[in-house]
Design a protein around this ligand. Structure first.
Ligand code: SAM
Length: 366
């Protein structure tokens, strides 16, 4: 490893939020499997262990529906994809999935779905949240852009966290990947509203997008700092065979994986105390992708407990791993815990795993 790389890594490890765009871009440009890249992962993992511990927080992911009003040009469930069968879980089905999650050892769930803005959808999610609140679990919503009033109703009904990826902090790149009626400004504005309403706010981007370079990704990390994010959920962009956005020829699956891992590590060197997810898309690129995400500085995993018939329709990109459903959730969680134990990491059964950053800034424990 050269001196410049060593100096940047040491600076990030010793002081949070201290690296500039140039330094972050340098780390993100390290060569796959090089000495410098390994040192970066090791340093980010040291920060994770020192600040958060050798612990992995868990959330059960419920993919509550693939109907979507958005037409993001990279996404398999975008509105104009007529080749997929649509499904929507009822409030009761969402509640029953949360019960199954609780029985399996989860104290937190993530309810994710395509983006729908309608009074019926708002009311259904509200009803589900009210029922789930009796289970005393941490609840993350990932339901896209909504009006402030909708976010408020869901917060009052029991949601504590909201995950809304900005997808890219570059409005021009965003415009190339989305139709003209999709607004980067609205998406960014939603993050501010969510924060004001007291949610633990999560955001993130896709890495290895066509037209994205290391400087753009470096600015994504600076965007997280500016947004004062409590949670980060990022992953590699993976092509979908039916999507209009093509595969960027420059990236092999392995290069996508490495770039996404460097992005996790560089984010951890900047944001020492936020929750960072090791996401499903990493697992899609490598069977041990989730573990590698944790060893690069992430501290949260979100195993999918959606029933397999629905999960097979929630196909955002090619090769997305399908859930085996809630029935096997307890067994599969024990298996995950054993895999992490081999790395010396403890999976936190029955613990919510709230964001340390959020707790510090609000002085609260939700
Ligand atoms: N509707 C919600 C929203 O807009 O945030 C959540 C559902 S959306 C399908 C969840 C995430 O999937 C998006 O934020 C995006 O980053 C990711 N995604 C979509 N297509 C993808 C692809 N081809 N590769 C990797 N991730 C993708």
């Amino acid at each position: 490893m050269d001196n410049k790389t060593a100096d940047i890594i040491a600076a990030g490890e010793s002081r949070a939020r201290s690296l500039d765009e140039e330094s972050l871009a340098w780390l993100l440009s390290l060569e796959d499997s090089s000495d410098g890249e390994n040192e970066l992962f090791e340093a980010a993992y040291r920060v994770k262990c020192a600040v958060i511990g050798k612990k992995v927080s868990i959330r059960a992911l419920i993919e509550a529906g693939n109907a979507c009003a958005k037409d993001c040009r990279y996404c398999g469930i975008r509105k104009s994809n007529a080749r997929i069968e649509r499904y929507t879980m009822s409030a009761e089905e969402i509640y029953l999935a949360a019960v199954a999650a609780k029985e399996a050892g989860y104290a937190s769930i993530v309810i994710q779905a395509g983006e729908i803005e309608s009074p019926a959808h708002t009311a259904k999610i509200e009803e589900a949240l009210k029922a789930v609140s009796a289970l005393d679990m941490g609840v993350t919503l990932s339901l896209g852009e909504q009006e402030e009033e909708v976010y408020r109703r869901w917060r009052e009904a029991g949601a504590t966290r909201y995950l809304l990826r900005i997808e890219t902090s570059d409005p021009r790149l965003y415009a190339r990947l989305h139709p003209a009626d999709h607004s980067w400004q609205r998406r960014a504005g939603c993050l501010g509203i969510l924060s004001r309403l007291g949610y633990q706010v999560g955001t993130g981007v896709m890495c290895a997008l066509p037209g994205q370079d290391a400087h753009s990704l470096a600015r994504d990390i600076l965007f997280y700092v500016k947004a004062d994010a409590d949670m980060i959920g990022m992953g590699p962009y993976i092509p979908h065979h039916d999507a209009p956005v093509p595969e960027a020829p420059a990236f092999s699956p392995d290069a996508r994986l490495h770039l996404a891992l460097r992005m996790i590590a560089a984010t951890r060197l900047m944001l020492h105390d936020v929750n960072i997810a090791s996401t499903t898309a990493l697992e899609a690129l490598s069977p041990d992708g989730r573990e590698r995400g944790i060893l690069a500085g992430a501290n949260v995993i979100m195993p999918n407990i959606t029933d397999s018939a629905s999960s097979s329709k929630y196909r955002l990109y090619d090769g997305k791993p399908f859930s085996k459903g809630a029935a096997g959730a307890a067994e599969s969680l024990k298996c995950i815990a054993r895999r992490f134990a081999r790395l010396g990491e403890k999976v936190l059964f029955n613990e919510r795993g709230d964001s340390l950053h959020y707790a510090k800034k609000s002085g609260s424990n939700q």
